[in-house]
Design a protein around this ligand. Structure first.
Ligand SMILES: Nc1nc2c(c(=O)[nH]1)N[C@H]1C(S)=C(S)[C@@H](COP(=O)(O)OP(=O)(O)OC[C@H]3O[C@@H](n4cnc5c(=O)[nH]c(N)nc54)[C@H](O)[C@@H]3O)O[C@H]1N2
Ligand SMILES: Nc1nc2c(c(=O)[nH]1)N[C@H]1C(S)=C(S)[C@@H](COP(=O)(O)OP(=O)(O)OC[C@H]3O[C@@H](n4cnc5c(=O)[nH]c(N)nc54)[C@H](O)[C@@H]3O)O[C@H]1N2
Ligand code: SF4
Ligand SMILES: [Mo]
Length: 913
């Protein structure tokens, strides 16, 4: 491929809040490759493994391409008429408050703006919320309460300018990998930069930690109020800063001193070593340039707002804010969680950083949205926040809901209850890109949306930087842009004049105008991008990444906020707010005695609708799992890689046991990614009760209470089938356990059966499940092991192994045979003989995948280490592992450590200190 034959295009990654710039390589209107945009200030050319696999997740297969109405495919006109007709009918029969919208931080700002305007402004319902409620709501509430606006003060360069970076409740290495790489480089350049990690789990993020605090879950508020009291005790407060720029110190300190402020007492409450805790306190207090970066380990709590506040209090008290390398930095999760907050997509917001209670806001927004003939009818006060919104659906108060770009049947706590509520709701409209999700099962109207690489608009990353996502390819079939779908419905409802948009640029400009509308004087709104309101379509298309506010005074944007110590509160002073630490509401009991932690894995994104399409991203963690401390596993008789079952608030969870000393005793970790599309029963949300933070409404998704036991199984099997053979329905009937794992050219199913009275008749089962008969067969009746394959006109169609998955060979060789079969190529005699073994003669199995970018397995890495490549650099030079996105470097290091520990002859320590 010569570069000259390609035209390349710039856009932004649609995954995490780092917001990396991407250059797409185009060929004949298709994206054939991606690389990091060296000119984008968020990533300077880097991409993580998810970002660099973006082109592998595209393509028409599996996409929604036609609207569906009550289960039947229809044309757009019919679908849009039905949406508008049924919404209008519900509204006239039951009032505007019977309508709701549930949006997502994965929508573009323009989609979000139009949806917010339609629901709040014209349908007149306040019940429009977003999945950011599950993600950023507590961070938002704390920023507003203390700084006066939902305004992240910091930027990414602050991580590089800091002397101390505190990572609280953030697994940055896996979830914001490019930022983690930046921190790694910063640490190499500045050996004095220290990193502290606060997390109950030892994660890959600890690789950069100079100090690790493995706190008791939920104890962060105690830790930070303790820090404040400690600082006050030792004269470490910045009295001048506090005096000039803040209020609330005395009450806040008094509250912090309510609990025993001795290091020993705080350490005992947080269950950490007192010396380590004091070291952290000392470091924090003695450095000015401190960034505390916090995420879901802080936010997803029934006291999340207070936890964020406790962190902000410490920063204000030490004057560690509004400076290079200093500040409380809430890192956003989704690509456009920030953009959604800007347009006012949360139910307690109105629009453009105006709340219902902001003086004059209702009237101002009404005036702004009014056209010659239309006066919007805005609701008078805030609506239901996500959890309450679905409870109102359950009660039958909300009778029509439009869900866009999120899947509440997976991501909300009490997921089954949410599903049942939606199943009973008279009208469920879903805008979605993919054809097969759990949510679509309960949808009445399904609208096919365009996705990344097809849609045009803007997103805002964690550091307030607005970047363009660009439409580079045509959407498949009849998929349409979200903003277009919403505007078409608005037009049919009679609001055509207010929704007369021809292009996302028109919407962006209106949004920019609203941000600056009557935005001056004392009550100035922080979010102001009015200097972009003059962009024409060309200017919009050429927009380069820029940080808000973007105003006449700051036309090039604003890298850092509050540098002058003037905050967005009515009197310009930031507020310290008293925090009284509270534990999780979900309580352990005699039966449900394990503390459940839930979160993310490196290579998957949320419900896997996109990342599972790139087979190499399925290799790092292929099945749902439960991480258990070795002692707990021993006590319960759990084997590593065996199956276990959790029982929680609203259902059970089945997955593979991963015994891990990184867990604290009595605590478990499960990933959030697996839905009913991918496994028997692995919804993290079903294990959790829906307790929320009283202020922010964010659910307590990190602190469930569950029972743990082995999942007894009589047999385990691996079935690999050609991509065009659909065995799903049949295999899903296996009640014990199943997991579906897409491969490049085939699909793998891991199966396990509940102990059955009779021996299983595999021949009969195969005949029932597969359309192609058995061609090869080899079994050992003594131990029940079995291998079989189906070959049709010389082409491999399926492959089965009954036996422990530990005996599974690497499947790359088989996958190649499936690839050939799909092209009609028959097996050679030698290959046919090796099918049951699933490898070439004498070929070694490469073990679990470590480096996803270069597809390097553990086997090759350990051999290289044994042969003397005992540094990450040496491994990279030989195998290329760790040289692209770098997210496997922590795993490479631990493999080197492991080999060192187990080596019979010492392996020299050549790692840089
Ligand atoms: N690979 C990948 N990256 C992602 C995503 C993804 O799905 N996959 N999603 C994106 C989104 S939307 C988000 S919001 C971010 C989330 O990014 P993170 O917040 O980093 O992700 P999580 O894994 O949910 O949780 C972070 C850590 O909180 C810890 N934790 C749990 N309880 C406590 C506690 O009580 N105290 C403290 N201090 N820590 C605790 C967990 O052990 C976990 O390691 O990731 C973004 N990036
Ligand atoms: N237990 C537990 N639960 C959690 C969390 C946790 O840590 N623990 N984390 C929470 C957090 S922070 C988050 S952000 C949520 C995420 O949870 P969700 O938002 O429910 O998960 P996604 O899979 O990202 O859902 C996005 C859906 O939109 C579709 N989609 C993608 N792009 C577009 C588009 O442009 N238009 C349309 N119309 N559809 C699109 C995707 O195919 C997908 O089905 O989960 C939350 N739930
Ligand atoms: S860190 Fe990875 S997932 Fe996040 S924006 Fe960058 S490339 Fe995308
Ligand atoms: Mo999130």
């Amino acid at each position: 491929m010569s570069r000259t034959s390609m035209q390349d295009a710039r856009t932004t990654c649609p995954y995490c809040g780092v917001g990396c710039g991407v250059r797409a390589e185009m060929q004949q209107g298709r994206i054939v490759g991606v690389e990091g945009d060296t000119e984008h200030p968020a990533n300077h050319g880097r991409l993580c493994v998810k970002g660099s696999a973006l082109h592998e997740t595209l393509g028409k297969q599996g996409r929604l391409t036609r609207p569906r109405l009550d289960g039947v495919e229809v044309d757009w006109a019919t679908a849009l008429d039905a949406v508008a007709g049924r919404l209008a009918e519900t509204q006239s029969e039951h009032g505007p408050e019977a309508l709701a919208g549930y949006l997502s931080g994965q929508l573009l700002t323009e989609d979000y703006y139009v949806a917010n305007k339609l629901f709040k402004g014209f349908l007149g319902t306040p019940h429009l919320d977003t999945n950011s409620r599950l993600c950023m709501a507590s961070a938002v509430a704390a920023y507003k309460r203390s700084l006066g606006a939902d305004a992240v003060p910091c930027n990414y360069e602050d991580l590089e300018d800091a002397e101390l970076v505190v990572l609280a409740g953030s697994n940055l290495a896996w979830n914001h990998p490019v930022l983690f790489q930046r921190l790694r480089v910063a640490k190499t350049r500045n050996p004095l930069l220290r990193v502290v990690v606060i997390d109950p789990r030892i994660t890959d993020t600890c690789e950069l930690a100079d100090l690790y605090l493995g706190v008791r879950p939920g104890s962060d508020a105690r830790l930070f109020t303790g820090l404040l009291a400690w600082m006050a005790e030792r004269g470490k407060l910045d009295r001048v800063y506090l005096e000039r720029h803040t209020r609330g110190l005395e009450e806040t300190l008094a509250e912090a001193r309510q609990d025993d402020a001795s290091v020993e007492a705080i350490a005992a409450d947080c269950d950490v070593d007192p010396e380590r805790l004091e070291t952290f306190f000392y470091w924090f207090a003695s450095q000015l340039h401190v960034v505390t970066l916090y995420s879901q380990g802080i936010n997803q709590s029934s006291s999340g707002t207070d936890k964020c506040q406790a962190i902000i209090n410490c920063h204000l008290a030490g004057g560690k804010i509004g400076l290079p390398g200093a500040g409380p930095f809430s890192i956003t999760g989704q690509p456009n969680a920030m953009g959604g907050r800007e347009v006012g997509g949360l139910a307690n917001q109105l629009a453009a950083h105006m709340d219902y209670h902001s003086p004059g806001a209702l009237e101002r927004v009404t005036r702004f949205w009014s056209t010659d003939s239309l006066v919007p009818r805005l609701p008078k006060g805030p609506g239901h926040k996500a959890v309450a919104l679905f409870e109102a659906i359950e009660r039958g108060e909300i009778r029509a809901v439009w869900i866009m770009a999120t899947n509440p049947t997976v991501s909300l706590p009490e997921a089954h209850r949410v599903r049942a509520a939606l199943a009973r709701c008279p009208l469920v409209i879903v805008s979605e890109c993919m054809a097969d999700t759990d949510l679509l099962e309960v949808a009445d109207i399904v609208l096919p949306a365009s996705g990344w690489s097809e849609k045009d608009g803007t997103v805002t990353n964690s550091e307030r930087r607005i970047s363009r996502q660009r439409g580079l390819m045509a959407p498949p079939g009849e998929a349409r842009h979200d903003w277009w779908i919403i505007s078409e419905v608005a037009r049919r409802l009679g609001f055509g004049e207010a929704f007369d948009y021809g292009h996302p640029a028109d919407i962006f400009v209106e949004h920019a105008r609203l941000s600056g509308f009557e935005n001056e004087g004392d009550g100035r709104r922080c979010f102001d991008i009015s200097a972009l309101a003059g962009l024409d379509r060309q200017g919009y298309d050429a927009l380069t990444p820029i940080q808000w506010p973007v105003t006449r005074q700051a036309p090039q944007g604003t890298p850092r906020l509050f540098e002058d110590g003037h905050f967005a509160t009515s009197d310009g002073r930031a507020r310290l707010v008293p925090v009284s630490p509270r534990g999780p509401v979900q309580a352990l009991g005699e039966h449900r005695r394990f503390r459940l932690n839930t979160g993310r894995v490196r290579d998957q994104w949320h419900t896997m609708t996109r990342t599972a399409r790139a087979p190499r991203l399925m290799n790092h963690r292929s099945e749902p799992f439960i991480e258990v401390h070795p002692e707990d596993a021993r006590e319960l008789g759990l084997a590593d890689q065996g199956l276990a079952r959790l029982e929680g608030e609203d259902g059970d969870y089945r997955g593979r046991v991963r015994i891990s000393p990184a867990q604290r005793r009595g605590e478990l970790f499960v990933p959030i990614h697996w839905s009913d599309r991918f496994s028997t029963s692995a919804l993290a949300g079903a294990l959790l009760a829906s307790h929320v933070d009283p202020l922010s409404g964010q659910p307590e998704s990190k602190h469930g209470a569950v029972a743990l036991a082995t999942l007894p199984s009589a047999w385990e099997a691996t079935l690999v089938v050609a991509a065009d053979l659909d065995v799903g329905a049949q295999v899903r009937r296996e009640t014990g356990y199943w997991a579906r794992i897409p491969m490049a050219h085939a699909e793998r199913w891991q199966l396990a059966g509940a102990p059955a009275a009779a021996e299983r008749d595999w021949l009969a089962w195969l005949a029932e499940t597969l359309p192609v008969a058995v061609s090869l067969w080899c079994d050992d009746p003594a131990d029940g092991r079995l291998r079989a394959a189906g070959i049709e006109v010389g082409r491999l169609r399926w492959w089965l192994m009954v036996g422990p998955p530990a005996e599974l060979p690497g499947l790359a060789w088989l996958d190649e045979r499936f690839a050939e079969a799909a092209e009609g190529i028959a097996l050679e005699a030698g290959q046919r003989r090796r099918i049951l073994a699933a490898c070439e003669d004498g070929a070694a199995d490469d073990g679990p995948l470590v480096c996803s970018c270069h597809q390097v397995g553990q086997g090759a890495i350990t051999s290289a280490i044994r042969e003397g490549d005992t540094s990450v650099e040496a491994l990279g030079a030989r195998l290329a592992c760790g040289t692209q996105c770098g997210s496997c470097i922590p795993e490479l290091k631990s493999l080197i450590e492991e080999e060192r520990a187990h080596a019979s002859h010492p392996i020299p320590d050549v790692e840089p200190a």
